[in-house]
Write a protein that binds this ligand. Structure first.
Ligand code: G1P
Ligand code: ZN
Length: 545
């Protein structure tokens, strides 16, 4: 099969953001756009030549086309072996699992995570390294630099591969293996959790659950693991068929976008436990009857209860990490357990080195992401299975487990305000304005609250000493409250301003208030400090989570 060398010219703006390169489908469909980025991966990651590459995506619109392009280019670039999920499907944590299990040289994930998918919506591509995790900044930067100077790419003239049959085939000099996307991942889950215990919980007939796959990638995973392996009644998984447009929805598991699921937990007939995952399967939302578990609390509870779960019982937990805007609930647990706790910039890639070095066992982000050292991505279904295992052991409701946790450690009230599609210049100006006054803020009072510290978060990786700056403005108040401002690195339209608010309440008698009430004073301070309305023209956020 002849290798074709196609001439091309660089595209602007192919720098990966918080999680890979994300753009509108229309941008990806331009001739050479995807090809330039993929060739830049092969040019900079030379161990892929002669090696094995995992390829899969969340099934969104353009997934199949992109996979065919990537496979032809991989073959032309000398990749020896490609492992591809059947139908082009692999969840993000499953890609990580497969890379690690088969010790491949890396993987390509096609997804724009929780962003909608349709011809006029979003697509994305991300490279994961041999540890199974998202490429660290040095790698994404090298790939980006290459995109700025690229002049040709290599591909094959060949027919499309049949992605729907498992088994082996050949494309030029490359062997392709189409695998069942669920098997390896399900096996890993079985090793971590007490499947017999969870099965008994489902058989007890006093326990009911719904899992909302949001017509995204976790449908087949959840159906197989929950309904087939764990004997959950059929119908436990809803919206379980992955669709290229996610059924027209927004596959983001939060109170706003998973409202169908939320309503199933409400009132007298509400289910005991409900959970959802996002487009590519790495996020999770955990709900009890009439109860929402914040992702920050979920992380803290996971760490506090790890000794009850088979996969984490054998030896002491190494440590924990959270992204900077994630609430400090897990810090209190780590402190009690006498383990290290790290505060990293936003984005899963910052956990990779800590996991590889054995410094942490668990990590998480406020953005509905939790995970452990079992893979190098956050993992939606893993978190759901962790909670199921915990419910099986404790035989308590979700609400009781969380409230007891608060009584023991204090409650970190938490909320996030997102202002989406804000004018880019206005958002940059708002951040600059905040940065300019950081030095003058400590010691001053605003609306009766005394500012203890104010900084722009920077991070030095303790393993490789790499340094990341400008990771978000932190304002800390005496008493433990915090306000954090940062601009999203995953949006594809204008800028998204995220404002994260946290207030600590140690008194058990004051832990049953509504988050909105507790946060009202901080919301008002956050407005005033950053002049959000004046600078963005927005009176209200687009989404509150
Ligand atoms: C968002 C989340 C971040 C997460 C990322 C990928 O990034 O805030 O925690 O790692 O999506 O799922 P952002 O848009 O804020 O840059
Ligand atoms: Zn995701």
């Amino acid at each position: 099969m002849p290798i074709l060398k196609a001439d091309t010219t660089p595209f602007d703006g192919q720098r990966p953001g918080t999680s890979g390169l994300r753009e509108k489908v229309k941008i990806f469909q331009q001739p050479h756009y995807l090809e330039n980025f993929v060739q830049s991966i092969f040019d900079t990651q030379q161990e892929l030549a002669g090696g094995t590459l995992v390829v899969g995506g969340d099934g969104r619109y353009y997934n199949r086309e992109a996979i065919q392009i990537i496979l032809r280019m991989a073959a032309a670039n000398g990749v020896a072996h490609a492992i591809v999920g059947q139908g082009g499907l692999l969840s993000t944590p499953a890609v990580s699992c497969v890379i690690r299990k088969y010790k491949t040289q890396g993987g390509i994930v096609l997804s724009a995570s929780h962003n909608p998918g349709r011809p006029d919506e979003d697509f994305g591509i991300k490279f994961n390294t041999a540890n199974g995790g998202p490429a660290p900044e040095a790698v994404t930067e090298a790939i980006y630099q290459r995109t700025t100077e690229i002049s040709n790419y290599q591909t094959l003239e060949a027919a499309d591969i049949d992605l729907d049959q498992t088994g082996q085939s050949q494309l030029g000099g490359m062997q392709i293996e189409i695998i069942d996307p669920v098997t390896d991942y399900a096996e890993l889950m079985q090793r971590l959790f007490d499947f017999d215990g969870i099965r008994n919980l489902f058989k007890s007939n006093t326990f009911s659950m719904r899992f909302d796959a949001m017509h995204a990638i976790t449908g087949p995973y959840a159906t197989h693991i929950l309904e087939d392996m764990l004997s959950a009644p059929s119908g436990t998984v809803i919206n379980g068929k992955p669709l290229p447009d996610f059924g027209g929805g927004h596959p983001d598991p939060n109170l706003v976008h998973a409202h169908e699921l939320v309503s199933m937990t409400q009132g007298h007939n509400g289910v005991d436990f409900a959970a959802a995952s996002d487009g590519d399967g790495d996020r999770n939302m955990i709900l009890g009857r009439d109860f929402f578990v914040t992702p920050s609390d979920s992380l803290a509870i996971i760490v506090a209860n790890a000794h009850l779960i088979p996969g984490y019982q054998k030896h002491k937990i190494d440590g924990a990490a959270r992204s900077m805007p994630t609430s400090q609930a897990v810090d209190r647990v780590a402190n009690r357990l006498g383990i290290e706790c790290f505060e990293t910039p936003t984005g899963w890639k910052f956990f990779g080195n800590l996991l590889d070095a054995g410094r942490i066992t668990f990590c998480g982000e406020e953005s509905f992401g939790t995970g452990s050292n079992h893979v190098r991505e956050k993992d939606g279904l893993w978190a759901v299975l962790f909670w199921l295992n915990l419910l099986a052991v404790k035989q308590q409701s979700v609400a009781t487990i969380v409230q007891e946790h608060w009584r023991e450690y204090g409650r970190n009230y938490y909320t996030r305000y997102d202002y989406e599609a804000v004018n880019k210049e206005a958002a940059a100006d708002l951040m600059q304005h905040l940065r300019n006054k950081l030095d003058s803020l400590p010691g001053t009072q605003i609306q009766g609250h005394v500012i203890e510290y104010a900084d722009d978060f920077s991070y030095t990786d303790p393993i490789d000493n790499s340094y990341s700056e400008c990771q978000g403005v932190r304002i800390g108040f005496i008493g433990g409250s915090r306000i954090i401002y940062r601009l999203s690195g995953t949006g594809t339209e204008g800028a998204t301003l995220r404002v994260y608010l946290e207030a600590f309440e140690p008194d058990p008698n004051k832990q049953q208030q509504t988050t909105a009430n507790v946060m009202a004073p901080l919301v008002s301070i956050a407005q005033e400090l950053a002049q959000i309305t004046q600078k963005t023209g927005r009176e209200q956020p687009t989404v509150i989570t």
